[in-house]
Design a protein around this ligand. Structure first.
Ligand code: APR
Length: 170
């Protein structure tokens, strides 16, 4: 099932919230900063323990890593790294699709039944919201068709973003 909400993702008492992180995975601005502030310093410590796949990269773009949620109401944080948008012709759509698919795969592996996503890559990384939302809804629907017990919340930080998702999910 899909739900669309206009809220602060750090307030959601779900099994997992997805973080729009960067490859270093030690915090940042936007939703990344909000999640780290709300979770507390233990989240930073847990991220530090995630092994680097190459110097300075704990989570390559399009992949996902899971940590506990610590002080957050959510049990887990699933960190994923969206693509920086250039022009849509440099593999950005495929990478963004990977964020949704891999985050849900990690959620399912960890027994999560409710997962909330922010609008990955549509802030600092500049992905146009309509294009990004189309990819997000398509990928989530594909996974949900094989996992009927899963509930996904698109957690929008603005009414405008929420309206975009509502036009796609119907
Ligand atoms: N709850 C829900 N959504 C939020 C919140 C929040 N508390 N704060 C911001 N957002 C929304 C933004 O409005 C945007 O729609 O999250 C979406 C993603 O924006 P960013 O957080 O800027 O993420 P992104 O565009 O993927 O850029 C990632 O930004 O913060 C850094 O460390 C991060 O380098 C990484 C980059």
């Amino acid at each position: 099932m899909i739900r669309i909400e206009h809220s602060d993702i750090t307030k959601l008492a779900v099994d997992a919230i997805v973080n729009a992180a960067n490859q270093v995975m030690l915090g940042g601005g936007g939703v990344d900063g909000a999640i780290h502030r709300a979770a507390g310093h233990e989240l930073y410590e847990a991220c530090l323990k995630v092994s680097e796949v190459r110097p300075g990269v704990r989570c390559p773009t399009g992949e996902a890593r899971i940590t506990p949620g610590f002080k957050l109401p959510a049990k887990f944080v699933i960190h994923t790294v969206g693509p920086v948008y250039r022009d849509g012709q440099h593999g950005e759509p495929e990478k963004l699709a990977g964020c949704y698919r891999n985050s849900l795969a990690v959620a399912i592996e960890n027994g999560c039944k409710t997962v909330a996503f922010p609008c990955i890559s549509t802030g600092v990384y500049g992905y146009p919201i309509c294009d990004a939302a189309e990819i997000a809804v398509r990928e989530v629907k594909a996974v949900l068709s094989d996992h009927l017990d899963l509930e996904v919340i698109f957690c929008c930080f603005s009414a405008g973003d929420k309206a975009v998702y509502e036009s796609l999910v119907g």
